[in-house]
Ligand binder design. Structure first.
Ligand SMILES: C[S@@+](CC[C@H](N)C(=O)[O-])C[C@H]1O[C@@H](n2cnc3c(N)ncnc32)[C@H](O)[C@@H]1O
Length: 227
């Protein structure tokens, strides 16, 4: 089935949020990083400016800058409405209000949009979709994925999650997934079966607490690695 931009909500977090969500320090940032499902986040734009080697992949990279910008503009009012309506579900220390959050995210997405054409030419933004990625085995030191797996547990099956995580483990030595809750702040129903299956396959799996919590109760990433 063709990937329709109209069906997705392009929404991107900032470089600083990525650093906090995945507790990225000097060691991680000195290796090759894959950002899977990075969408219009500014992680790649800012990381690349700092000399960090990042490739981002996402199906929306098949669209033009103007098309992605247009779609972002369309979804903002609905996102703002939902944030106001469900404000109690979020921690408002990093962002003071739904309006402040939208301003910050729009700045981050604008940084992405300004970087997109160049980054695509440089091979930093690649159109690709889980559960199959166009990279060789162990191309990356670390693969990170934010607000795709677990978040959309009601749309993406356990099989899709397992295939996707195994594919991420094929292309990277270590995988980090944030958050582990679904969009309704429940622990993803896929988490426990996945941990069992991945452990049985010989992977190390652990939950790592981080200094980032926006969705209340969501403050840890899942780390999957080869022991
Ligand atoms: C909610 S956004 C998160 C964007 C970014 N990771 C962040 O946290 O700011 C989810 C992203 O996943 C992408 N996506 C959807 N299906 C995908 C797939 N099968 N493989 C990789 N990315 C996918 C969407 O295009 C979208 O950009």
């Amino acid at each position: 089935m063709a990937f329709e931009l109209e069906n997705i909500v392009p929404w991107g977090r900032s470089y600083e949020e990525y650093i906090a969500m995945f507790a990225l320090g000097r060691a991680e940032l000195s290796g090759r990083i894959l950002g899977c499902g990075d969408g219009p986040s500014s992680f790649n734009a800012h990381a690349s400016r700092r000399g960090i080697r990042v490739v981002s992949c996402d199906p929306i990279y098949q669209f033009s800058t103007a098309e992605i910008r247009g779609r972002i503009r369309k979804v903002v009012p609905e996102i703002l409405r939902q944030l106001r309506e469900n404000a109690d579900d979020y921690c408002w220390d990093r962002f003071s209000s739904p309006e402040a959050l939208c301003r910050r995210r729009l700045e981050a997405m604008n940084d992405f949009l300004e970087d997109f054409t160049n980054g695509k030419k440089e091979g930093r933004y690649l159109e690709a979709s889980l559960p199959r990625l166009p990279f060789g085995t162990q191309t990356f030191d670390l693969a990170i994925s934010s607000h795709l797996l677990f978040t959309y547990s009601s749309h993406l099956s356990l099989e899709f999650h397992l295939e996707s995580i195994l594919e991420l483990c094929r292309v990277a030595r270590e995988v980090r997934i944030f958050p582990q809750l679904d969009i309704s702040r429940r622990e993803s129903p896929h988490r426990e079966p996945l941990v069992r299956e991945l452990t049985a396959c010989g992977f190390g799996v652990e939950s790592i607490r981080v200094d980032y919590e926006f969705q209340k109760g969501s403050n840890a990433y899942l780390r999957i690695f080869t022991p």
